[in-house]
Design a binder for this molecule. Sequence first.
Ligand SMILES: [Zn+2]
Length: 417
Amino acid sequence: MSSAPMTGDQRFVKNLNRMALLRLLRDESGLSRADLAMRSGLTKSTVSLLIKELIDEGWLAEDDALVTGALGRRPTPLRLDGRQLVLIGAELDTDTIRVVATSIRGEVLEVNQAALRSSEPDAACHQLVQMVTSQSAKVKAGGAQLLGIGVGLPGAVDTVSGVLQLAPNIGWRGVEVGRRLRAELAAAGLGGLPVYYQNEADLAAVGEAEFGTRPSEDPLVYVSCGVGVGSGIILNDSLFTGATGSAGEIGHTTLFVDGRPCSCGRLGCAEAYVGLRAVAAAAGCLTGDGRIDRPALKTLLGKRAAKARDAFGAAGDMLGVLLQNVWTTFNPQVIVLGGEAVALGGDQFLDAAISRLGQFASQAGLPGPEVRVARHAELATAVGGAAFVLHSLLRPYSQAPTARAGIPPASTTPVPA
Ligand SMILES: [Zn+2]
């Protein structure tokens, strides 16, 4: 080996190779150094060197050597190590903050949820960072190292600046969430950590793909059904976010011309029929000031009251129409459903959606697409935030936008009027 210092390009290439080896092991645990050399095209000596580094840094662990009966050194199976390196994911939802810590293998290690105390941006960001800081302290007390934070937001996000462009359900437009979070994180001593911002459904999609089955399901469309309705799209192993970050906002596709008013200002959007506010309105569970009366809705569901069941049935039926449009547009390998309406509405909501989707499929003489429910239920976005940190680290070639806490953004994206 040369003892000359590495150039930036050499460091980049080395990192590409390290991450390629990690991706191979993530896709198939138990590969040996010889297997990795064969599959990556790297020399055995390069693989051995990089694997040693990755073991030393806590990315990989070795299992007992395999007994093969062959002469010579026995191959040692390698796997991702779930103990040393930790990812933090957070979700700022319209009325709840959720923070999780996960291993790089997707195991959820810690969960912290709290009601959003104030929807005023400074207070909301302060509360989120307080929760992240306490999670981070636990991680460090356990001797593990934190790799980064992924934050899910309830609207279209500029992923570089962290500006939440439009989130009608929390009443935010052009809010500099990134600037606030970076300042708070720096003040809390987490200034050097990479922070990623994304739309909540986009993160949930990444969580399903990154921590899901192997080989991964691709294309994968995650449909988030809560107060807002949106989707995250995984295409060719990447998150597809469109030209300005708002791809997948299927809640604001039109189901009825001149239909019901939507939170976005348009008429006839899917959200006005499928979203939880539409369900609550149909079930008679809106408060005087238009908020969703969740306790009342849950009480009705507990009593299996026809009013609530019919409301979820009708919303599920319209979700089936929306899924038909998603299926036809993306031809996904799988559609994953998650969000509060799925958790509350259960079979009443889902059966109606699947039945309507099946009807479209049979009309076209086609087998319907695979549809399943999110693995982490209401934690899907927070877990997805953790997954997004890993997703970005494992793909240095994609140069996913990140921001170091404490450094203000150079510019912000103009907010659409
Ligand atoms: Zn709309």
